[in-house]
Ligand binder design. Structure first.
Ligand code: NAP
Length: 326
């Protein structure tokens, strides 16, 4: 079968698309396994980091990357709840960017009617993380105000959509006007450019401060973010696309009774299928209401390098998805 292969840690230009052996019947995350004919696979920042060996989960080289995929069940054990031919989306953890992938049955969901494979491949990593970050780690209440950094990215746009669906006023911080349009399309009520004045612009929109700041970007935005939080506000740490890991001056937390909380969805659910399923069910209800991940780029398998480079060059809008010829 054909697959994307990472065989060295020198960045996206060194990935290859080639024939590899089909996956076995056991998954590193354990439990009964389903096999799917992949129609679409997600490409996200964690896999970009894997091309340089910089992600916390770094499989031995060479390996087939791919945290998530959507497709059609080709094999499933009788007690798995799935049958051959079912349309599904699955958290594969690794190996999703291949014509055939395996996933724990417990981490596989029926693809709702009305959702295409690309949306399915864009759902689990980012929608589940966004729900976990907002509802569980950020304790979002309807009517609160939420700032989302990197709001036109894969995770950022899901944070925007889910925060809006849960009743928040959403302020999106993005680097270009084009990305501002995209963030509004995801549900942002206000957009602010990530220039030297971004914090002043947020302050103009929310003079009394904001309740939650979701940050997948890091870098130099943390201190200003903490200054923008009103009393008992929550700063939710999701990632560091800007490269630098920020330092927090803890006096700021004391002065205004603030929380800084990490939201590492993968670390939370990989060992806990019950938590995984609970978050998935909550996201499933949002999908039923019509909330969707926004797919910005559908790239054919042969263009995998381009797909990764969209993320590296900061040009990606929403989710980047690899499409498999069927
Ligand atoms: N915590 C979790 O459980 C979890 C789950 C999934 C992903 N993540 C993390 O979330 C982050 C975002 O992932 P993603 O897949 O959504 O990535 P993405 O689609 O590329 O979005 C990242 C956003 O970061 C901003 N950014 C700022 N500086 C950047 C730079 N130097 N290079 C690239 N982007 C930069 C960009 O927005 P602007 O151009 O508008 O600034 C971009 O839209 C990553 O760090 C990823 O590891 C965490």
């Amino acid at each position: 079968m054909r697959a994307v292969v990472i065989s060295e840690h020198s960045g996206p230009a060194s990935i290859t698309i080639r024939d590899v052996e089909e996956p076995g019947s056991t998954h590193e995350l354990g439990g009964p396994v389903v096999a799917l004919d992949v129609h679409a696979a997600g490409v996200s920042f964690p896999e970009l980091l894997q091309t340089r060996g910089l992600y916390q989960h770094s499989p031995e080289l060479p390996f087939v990357p791919g945290l998530e995929a959507a497709g059609v069940i080709r094999e499933a054990p009788p007690d798995s709840g799935f049958a051959v031919g079912d349309r599904v989306m699955a958290f594969t953890n690794v190996g999703g960017q291949a014509e055939i992938a395996i996933a724990p049955a417990a981490m596989t969901f029926v693809l709702p009617d009305g959702m295409d494979f690309a949306e399915g491949a864009a759902t689990i990593l980012n929608m589940h993380t966004a729900y976990f970050a907002l509802a569980m780690r950020g304790r979002l209440q309807s009517g609160e105000t939420v700032v989302v950094h990197g709001a036109a990215g894969g995770l950022g746009s899901c944070l925007v959509s889910i925060a809006a669906a849960l009743g928040a006023q959403v302020i999106a911080v993005v680097s270009t006007e084009h990305k501002a349009d995209f963030a509004r399309g995801a549900g942002a009520h206000h957009t602010v450019l990530a220039d030297d004045h971004w914090a002043a612009s947020v302050r103009e929109i929310a003079p009394g401060g904001v309740d939650i700041i979701c940050d997948p970007v890091g870098g130099d935005r943390t201190t200003d973010s903490l200054r923008l939080l009103r009393t008992q506000g929550r700063y939710v740490v999701l990632g560091f696309t800007a490269g630098d890991i920020p330092q927090v001056r803890v006096n700021r937390l004391l002065l205004n009774n603030l929380d800084v909380v990490g939201a590492g969805w993968g670390a939370f659910v990989r060992q806990d299928p019950v938590a995984f399923r609970a978050i998935g069910d909550a996201v499933g209800q949002l999908l039923e209401q019509g909330v969707r991940p926004k797919v910005g780029h559908q790239v054919p398998l042969d263009g995998a390098i381009t797909a990764y480079e969209l993320l590296e060059s900061r040009q990606a809008l929403g989710k980047v998805v690899l499409e498999f010829p069927r």
